[in-house]
Design a binder for this molecule. Structure first.
Ligand SMILES: [Zn+2]
Length: 151
């Protein structure tokens, strides 16, 4: 650049003229110290719009649990009570009915608890029923053998 005071060529990065000592005004420096032009402040325009709620909301945990297939012991308990052993099948039916009611009410903890009880009573009913059937079959065979021996 050219020194405005002495008119000599000086390096652009020098703050003072090496020949006359004049403080040099660098174009980029003067531009840097100028106050920036006032910009219109419009907060209402600049504020980002609030994020709109997603259309497809993720399913809640409770809805997810309800969607989970719920194995209902009620039909099995009723069948076991009819065909195996009605007195033992009754608790299985009651627990299965409670499990279904709690499941529909959304109380999955109590539903699972009653379902476990229904499961236990269902298998007790089936087990005792099978033993009774085997016993009846055995006594029938015994009767047939006795009858055949009598001939
Ligand atoms: Zn100079």
């Amino acid at each position: 650049m050219i020194c405005p005071t002495c008119g000599k060529e000086v390096e652009n990065h020098n703050l003072f003229c090496i020949y006359c000592g004049q403080q040099l005004q660098h174009p980029e420096e003067t531009g840097r110290f100028q106050t920036p032009p006032m910009q219109p402040i419009t907060p209402q325009m600049k504020a980002p719009a609030p994020p709109s709620a997603p259309v497809n909301a993720p399913p809640s945990i409770d809805a997810d649990a309800s969607a989970k297939p719920f194995f209902d012991y009620l039909p099995l308990a009723i069948l076991a009570a009819i065909f195996c052993c009605p007195p033992l099948g009754l608790p299985a039916i009651i627990f299965a009915a409670y499990a279904r009611a709690y499941h529909l009410a959304g109380d999955h903890g109590r539903a699972q608890h009653n379902l476990n009880q229904a499961k236990i009573w269902f298998w007790i009913t089936v087990g005792v029923g099978v033993l009774i059937q085997v016993g009846l079959l055995g006594s029938m065979v015994q009767t047939i053998i006795t009858v055949l021996e009598g001939i």
